[in-house]
Design a protein. Structure first.
Length: 261
């Protein structure tokens, strides 16, 4: 493969990965196996994929400003939670053996995909519910569980990252039933931007970066990341949930196969 062809192929892979990442949180479904097929080792494929998806992360936030405009309160709640969680996850990555954890990852991703495919009815009458003490206590418990859930996904993202976007999207789709898929997806993109940024900073100090792969993938991801939220904005939310759920199951199966290879 010539230099120009190599560069163009990686840009195309980056665009597809960026779209899938911004629209569904499934960049690993595209970039990771493609890099393996191009000859990179599993570790280098993971590092290269993580570096390149930072491009789609930031461009997806810019493209999602319409959805984020009215959800800044929840966005600013999510950011510190996933930041601290991702730092803890990164510390665990270097402190604990990862074999058992990696064997559980496909199961977690599959469960998230299945939950996402089930319809989530919008919660009605929240204002009336909050009128009495019992409902207020229930609301506080619900908020606390949401905070814990976001924090745990942040730890997972810092430790392994593959499928973290699907897990965050599933969590937000369940807790934000009154919000559209596009809004929850935009909040997911913010969360994953934080965790991906932490991951690449750590990788920069701990591993060698294959810049000849990263640069074209990064360029493609910027384009794909900008396109992803636009696509989500114009497709039915229920259809997107089904697509992401099926994609999560495919990713889970691929990770199981990889674990046994």
């Amino acid at each position: 493969m010539s230099g120009i062809t190599f560069f163009v192929v990686l840009i195309i892979i980056g665009i597809l990965a960026g779209i899938v990442s911004a629209a569904a949180g499934l960049a690993s479904l595209i970039s990771y196996p493609a890099l393996l097929m191009m000859g990179l080792s599993p570790v280098m494929a993971n590092v290269t994929s993580a570096w390149s998806t930072v491009g789609s992360a930031y461009s997806s936030i810019i493209a999602s400003t319409k959805e984020l405009r009215h959800d800044r309160k929840q966005m600013w709640m999510i950011i510190p939670l996933v930041f601290v969680g991702a730092v803890i996850g990164a510390i665990l990555l270097f402190a604990l053996p990862g074999k058992l954890f990696q064997e559980l990852v496909p199961f977690c991703i599959a469960v998230a995909g299945i939950i996402l495919m089930f319809p989530h009815r919008a919660r009605q009458g929240q204002g009336a519910m909050a009128a009495n003490t019992q409902s207020l206590g229930r609301h506080r418990l619900y908020t606390a569980l949401t905070v814990i859930g976001v924090f745990l996904v942040g730890i997972y993202a810092g430790y392994f990252n593959a499928g973290a976007g699907v897990m965050m999207l599933t969590l937000l789709s369940v807790v934000n039933r009154q919000k559209s898929f596009a809004v929850n997806n935009a909040l997911k993109n913010v969360a994953m931007t934080v965790t991906n940024t932490i991951a690449v900073i750590i990788f920069a100090f701990e591993t060698t970066i294959e810049w000849n792969y990263v640069i074209p993938l990064f360029i493609g991801n910027i384009v794909g990341g900008a396109l992803g939220p636009v696509i989500v904005r114009h497709l039915p939310g229920r259809l997107m949930q089904l697509i992401v759920g099926i994609g999560a199951l495919i990713l889970a199966v691929s990770l199981v196969v990889r674990n046994f290879m």
